[in-house]
Write a protein that binds this ligand. Structure first.
Ligand code: FPP
Length: 259
């Protein structure tokens, strides 16, 4: 759908970067080579978002379940994360990217954890693009953590059970300070959410492609944006109703985030 201001562009894109292993296998190379090629695709995706003035990009880099992969593959991925943190952060900072991590950071080794902390600190005031890396992340784990935090407030007498509603719950989830993703992209040909942002994707437009992640390019991302622009988002309302009112899902004001 186009407006007088041009085609509608998503402000927040969430991506499952799937297909690294198959890309490597097709070339009879170890899976780790696919992940390495995947990091170059990550850079192309960030470049695209910066060029299109997309405000937020959330990438699923490593799921809470991925720890169960063969030891050598997990080790190769850790090395890649470490190298990427050492190599890319200064340049991303220069380009105005705010870097953040969601997921269970405690499971990473101390050198990676300290680089994650340092990257967040260095880039925390940048405004051009918020790049969130989901690492050791699971959507169910995210929901359970929010429930645990609210339950603690109830146990400590700071909150009444009746005060728990969707907005308050959302304020305890990862990405609480961002609008929910407008567009979800999954490469690699599977049609699944795979325990990614289960809560946050409730009204997100979903887009799937056979393209394997290492082959991702601007043309593929253009296709996703074109398809997104053609969709009518209604958020459970009729088209006419939605056109005449604000989009639901506004964030809590700071004084509402706790009891
Ligand atoms: C899924 O492909 C991909 C991953 C589990 C890792 C994603 C990591 C990267 C793209 C590289 C590093 C990222 C950053 C942010 C520096 P798969 O291995 O499941 O592929 P397959 O389905 O073909 O086996």
């Amino acid at each position: 759908m186009s407006t007088s201001a041009g085609p509608r562009v998503p402000q927040h894109i969430a991506v499952i970067m799937d297909g690294n292993g198959r890309w490597a296998q097709q070339r009879r190379r170890p899976r780790a080579i696919g992940h390495r090629a995947g990091t170059r695709a990550v850079n192309r995706c960030i470049d695209f978002c910066l060029e299109k003035n997309i405000a937020a990009l959330t990438l699923f880099a490593f799921s809470s379940e991925n720890w169960g992969r063969p030891e050598d593959e997990v080790g190769a991925l850790m090395k890649l994360f470490m190298n990427a943190l050492d190599r890319e952060v200064a340049e991303l900072d220069r380009r105005g990217v705010r870097i953040r991590f969601i997921g269970d950071r405690d499971r990473f080794n101390p050198p990676i954890r300290s680089r994650m902390d340092a990257a967040e600190l260095l880039t925390g005031n940048n405004k051009k693009l918020t790049l969130t890396i989901a690492a050791s992340y699971g959507g169910r784990q995210d929901i359970a953590a929010a429930a645990r935090s609210l339950a603690q407030d109830v146990a400590d007498g700071r909150l009444q059970p009746g005060q728990i509603d969707e907005r308050r719950f959302a304020s305890r989830m990862a990405l609480a300070d961002l609008p929910p993703p407008d567009l979800f992209i999954r490469t690699g040909g599977d049609f699944r959410i795979s325990n990614f942002l289960l809560w946050q994707l409730a009204y997100t437009e979903l887009w799937f492609t056979e393209t394997l992640w290492p082959e991702l390019d601007a043309a593929t991302l253009h296709c996703a944006l074109e398809d997104y622009a053609s969709r009518e988002r209604r958020f459970g309302l009729t088209g006419a109703q939605h056109a005449s009112q604000d989009v639901p899902g506004a964030a809590l004001s700071p004084d509402e985030t706790s009891a």
